[in-house]
Design a binder for this molecule. Structure first.
Ligand code: CTP
Length: 212
């Protein structure tokens, strides 16, 4: 019997909008199936050839910061049910980590990141596109708390980065991708109705004859 084509779900949205909680909610439902999360963040370009000071100058909210060629190559491989070695990203050192994560072929691929809906080639690989929509005041509060606790930052550096890169890039590149979304989810993972709708749709796709 021919192998089934995996389902690809793209989850976009501003920084700290709640993409991870939507991702986790969907992941939990398909845990017994086979599901993998691909974080676009892990595909930031390798910057190991730059000094730490130089890496601080990178605009991490611009589409060009990402190695989308590698990301697309990996999604295409997973769609052909081939394994990949997913890179790992180090937010403290601002570059790719030494290790990789081996990912076996799966039925459900969740692709999550601020700019996953920005690249047309990436969008073309998705069966369902989501945009998590959360007010910017909530997002900056979450970001200050998270970046200090988990990413080794200071309050001043988070605010400076927010004003010079995160906010302008959000308005320029992230917010406009809402138009590509099949569903816009307000406030992320707490939205049970939206999550249930998503899960039903994914199950329907998995049950249909979507062979390779
Ligand atoms: N970023 C950074 N330093 C780096 C690399 C990335 O500060 N070296 C920041 C970018 O500025 C970008 C953010 O990481 O805005 C992207 O991660 P984000 O979307 O905030 O993380 P998630 O956990 O995926 O978001 P959510 O809270 O929506 O789940």
């Amino acid at each position: 019997m021919a192998a089934k084509r995996p389902v690809v779900i793209g989850i976009a949205g501003g920084s700290c909008s709640g993409k991870t909680s939507v991702t986790n909610a969907i992941y939990d439902v398909f845990r017994d199936h086979s599901v993998v999360v691909i974080e676009q963040d892990f595909y930031y370009k390798d910057q190991s050839h730059l000094t730490f000071e130089e890496r601080l100058g990178t605009n991490y909210d611009h589409p060009l910061a990402f190695d989308n060629d590698l990301l697309i190559e990996h999604i295409k491989k997973l769609l052909l049910r081939q394994p990949i070695n997913k890179p790992v990203y180090d937010y403290v050192q601002h570059t790719r980590a030494q290790e990789v994560i081996h990912v076996e072929p799966v039925d459900v691929i969740i692709l999550e990141g601020i700019l996953v809906l920005e690249d047309a080639d990436l969008r073309d690989l998705m069966d369902i596109k989501l945009f998590v929509d959360t007010d910017s005041d909530i997002r900056i509060i979450r970001r200050i708390m998270r970046d200090i606790k988990e990413r080794g930052r200071t309050t001043d550096s988070v605010i400076e980065q927010y004003l010079t890169a995160v906010r302008p890039m959000h308005n320029l590149f992230i917010e406009p991708t809402k138009r590509y979304a099949d569903i816009i989810i307000p406030e992320g993972g707490d939205n049970e109705v939206a999550i249930d709708l998503m899960v039903t749709k994914i199950k329907t796709i998995l049950e249909t004859d979507n062979v390779l």
